[in-house]
Ligand binder design. Structure first.
Ligand SMILES: C[S@@+](CC[C@H](N)C(=O)[O-])C[C@H]1O[C@@H](n2cnc3c(N)ncnc32)[C@H](O)[C@@H]1O
Length: 301
C-alpha cells in the first residue's frame, strides 16, 4: 500500500465522530488558557466550544468543573492537551527558519497556530482537515474577525484520499523545506493511510525539513478501555475514543523515517511534564502510558 493513496472520503463536521475530537481539544485549550500557570494560550479556543451545539454544556474554565482538577477529563486529560500544545508550538517555532517558508498542519482541526504564533514574515501555513471541520472553523474565525499572523491556506480534503493533489494545488512547494505536524491524528487513520502519509511527507520534503507527530504504542489502544481518562471522556461527553481509533495494526513510522535517513527522537509526554513542572505524570491504568511524541528532522548535507 505504501506509495498509493488510499481511496475514501466523507464530509463530516464537528457534530460527531472524529470531528468532535477537535472540539474536545479546543475545550482543553480553553481551560488551559484560563489557568494562572497556563502552558499555552489560545484565545480562540473557547469561541469554538461556544459556537458548537454539540458541546454547549462543556466547560471552558476549570472553575466550571465541580471536581476541578480531580476530574480525569477536564483536569488531567485537558492538562495533557495543554502540554502537547506548548511542546508542539515550541517545536514548530524552533523548526521554522527563514529558509523554511511553509508549515503543513495535518488533521489541523481547530488548531489556531496560524493566528497565535509569531511566525517569520511570508510563512505559509497549510491546514488539512475534512471540509466540514474547516468550514466550522472558518465561520467562527470570521465572526471574530480573526487575523492570521501568516498566510493561511485551508485545504479541505480527507487524509484517507489523495490529499497530495489538493495540497500541491493549494500552493505547497515540494522544492523548498517545510515543517509538518500530525498532532492527535495518526491513531484515527487506518495503518495504510499512516504509511502513505509518512512516505509522502518524505517524498515531498527537502533537506532541512521537519515533522512531529503523536503516536500511541499499540498495546495502549487495546488495554485501557476502563482507564479514568477514557471512562470519563465516554461518560461525561459521549466520546468513545477507543471506538474512534483505528483498530488495525500500527506501522512503525518513527522507524520508517529513521530508515530513510531522518534523525528521530521519540519522547514520552511525562518527560515534558517534568521539564515544565506541569502536566500529567504516570499513574496506574494510565491511557497516556503509550503516548509518544516523535520529532523527526531531515538532515541537511
Ligand atoms: C483530536 S483532533 C486534533 C486536531 C488538531 N490537530 C489539534 O490537536 O487540535 C483530530 C483531527 O483529525 C481530523 N481527522 C481525523 N481523520 C481525518 C481524515 N481522515 N482526514 C482529515 N482529517 C482527519 C479530525 O477531523 C480532527 O480535526
Amino acid at each position: 500500500m505504501a506509495g498509493t493513496a488510499p481511496q475514501q472520503s466523507d464530509a463530516e463536521g464537528v457534530d460527531g465522530g472524529v470531528g468532535l475530537t477537535a472540539l474536545l481539544v479546543a475545550a482543553a485549550r480553553a481551560i488551559e488558557t484560563h489557568r494562572h500557570d497556563s502552558l499555552a494560550r489560545d484565545v480562540y479556543a473557547e469561541h469554538f466550544v461556544r459556537a458548537a451545539p454539540a458541546c454547549a454544556d462543556w466547560p471552558v474554565r476549570i472553575e466550571q468543573v465541580p471536581e476541578g482538577d480531580g476530574n480525569p477529563l477536564w483536569g488531567r486529560f485537558a492538562r495533557y492537551f495543554g502540554l502537547r500544545t506548548r511542546v508542539l508550538d515550541d517545536f514548530l517555532l524552533r523548526s521554522v527558519r527563514t529558509d523554511v517558508p511553509q508549515v503543513v498542519l495535518l488533521g489541523a482541526g481547530l488548531d489556531t497556530r496560524a493566528f497565535r504564533l509569531d511566525w517569520p514574515s511570508d510563512l505559509v501555513v497549510f491546514e488539512i482537515d475534512r471540509a466540514g471541520v474547516l468550514a466550522f472553523k472558518q465561520r467562527v474565525l470570521t465572526d471574530l474577525s480573526a487575523d492570521p499572523k501568516a498566510k493561511r491556506v485551508p485545504v479541505p480534503v480527507d487524509l484517507r484520499a489523495d490529499w497530495v493533489t489538493a495540497l500541491t494545488a493549494a500552493g505547497f512547494d515540494p522544492g523548498v523545506p517545510s515543517v509538518w505536524l500530525a498532532e492527535g491524528l495518526l491513531f484515527y487513520l487506518p495503518g495504510p493511510a499512516e504509511t502513505y502519509l509518512v512516505d509522502t511527507v518524505d517524498r515531498l520534503t527537502t533537506a532541512g525539513s521537519a515533522l512531529a507527530f503523536e503516536a500511541k504504542l499499540e498495546k495502549d489502544l487495546l488495554t485501557y478501555r476502563d482507564s479514568p481518562i477514557y471512562t470519563a471522556t465516554r461518560e461525561q461527553i459521549g466520546i468513545d475514543l477507543l471506538d474512534l481509533f483505528d483498530p488495525g495494526p500500527r506501522p512503525d513510522s518513527a522507524g520508517a523515517l529513521a530508515a530513510r535517513g531522518w534523525s528521530t527522537s521519540v519522547r514520552t509526554p511525562f518527560e515534558f511534564s517534568r521539564r515544565h513542572r506541569r502536566g500529567p505524570l504516570p499513574e496506574p491504568n494510565d491511557a497516556l502510558e503509550g503516548n509518544r511524541w516523535v520529532f523527526a528532522h531531515k538532515p541537511r548535507p
